[in-house]
Design a protein around this ligand. Sequence first.
Ligand SMILES: Cc1cc2nc3c(=O)[nH]c(=O)nc-3n(C[C@H](O)[C@H](O)[C@H](O)COP(=O)(O)O)c2cc1C
Length: 401
Amino acid sequence: MTKQLFEPLKLANGTVIKNRLYKGAMSEGMAKNHRPTDELIRVYQRWAHGGIGMSLTGNVMVDSRYLGEPGNVVIEDDRDMDALKRWAQAGTENGSHIWMQINHPGKQSPKSLTKEPVAPSAIPISGTAGSGFNPPRAMTRDEIKDTIKRFVTTAEIAKEAGFTGVQIHGAHGYLVSQFLSPHDNQRTDEYGGNLENRMRFLVEIYQGMRDALGEQFPISLKINSTDFKEDSFTEDESTAVIKKMAELGMDLIEISGGDYEKPKMMSDGEVYFLDYAKKISREVDIPIAVIGGFRKKESMTEAIETTDVAMIGVARPLVLRPDLPNRLQNGTYNDIELPRLKTGIKVLDDNIGGFAGLTYYEQQISRLGQDLPPKKHTNAWLPLFHLVRTHGPAAISPRRR
Ligand SMILES: Cc1cc2nc3c(=O)[nH]c(=O)nc-3n(C[C@H](O)[C@H](O)[C@H](O)COP(=O)(O)O)c2cc1C
């Protein structure tokens, strides 16, 4: 357990990550025709040179019919291999890793992007967040099998392009997380019902990837500690899934929480999933990573030095300071405070404040890709205008990752 932030992590398969800091997945919204652009690639080069041990890409979609956000990268075949190779190359400079996060949004595909989303069961998103989404229809068994294959294909292409690992996005209320949840998954076939059945979709994706990628290739999972909803995915269930995935040979598990109805993953508090991550890392042998709220040097060092947690993830601060790891290492890091974005109109701030926040970070990621410094301001209108300019007015619909 005595370990330090800048000490390498060796995975069971022999893979070495040079330090304990990783960049959490952030959907960049920068793809053109589903393909990574030069600017997007440049951002990952900057993060690699900033000293990060590993970067997770923003979620890459497995099916162009079902996007999570405008500007997602989609990989269905190898047509964009050249750009993908350049992306992987940039992300592995300076001894860094780049792992591709792979996702299908299920019912969390906004109205502006999908007329009829698919989900384990035809249960719409409830609450205010629901207004931005069309009600889903239940997937057929053939669609489930096809989607599992798509996750595997995307992972194979990632490996071929030179990405050094992959991650299944099983958190935040997207399709894999919908299958796990007894609230969202009310199927009566072998993909629904008890936890073993609800886990089957994830297990089959993992096993398909393992068969295709081999024992040496890192495969990880981002999973919720809980969905924070009644009758939904609980900590006990999360623990059971993590133990099962560890037994099956998964290489690393990242802890987060929440979904569009309960967006806990975007809370502003400090290190909100750490207690659960600490507990689970004592119970399983595989490395546990945790993300959400790390801002202070002290909390980052403490989490690594005084607990069994193997890695800590940072997302928003790395947009404002891409060289955060180097600064931590050379002693020039000052604790960061994130801007609180406001439109100044209460009803808007209550309803789209968080959303404008996400768009603000997308806009700053795009500036990083153009070698421009981040713009620090709290005016929520600017990112909203940017979004409309880039993707049209339909892009304004509630969303969270
Ligand atoms: C702009 C933006 C995009 C995000 N996109 C994703 C995503 O694609 N996949 C994912 O698992 N999490 C996504 N997240 C959540 C982050 O990975 C992370 O869990 C969350 O921001 C909390 O970490 P932080 O407090 O260090 O920012 C996104 C967050 C932001 C701000």
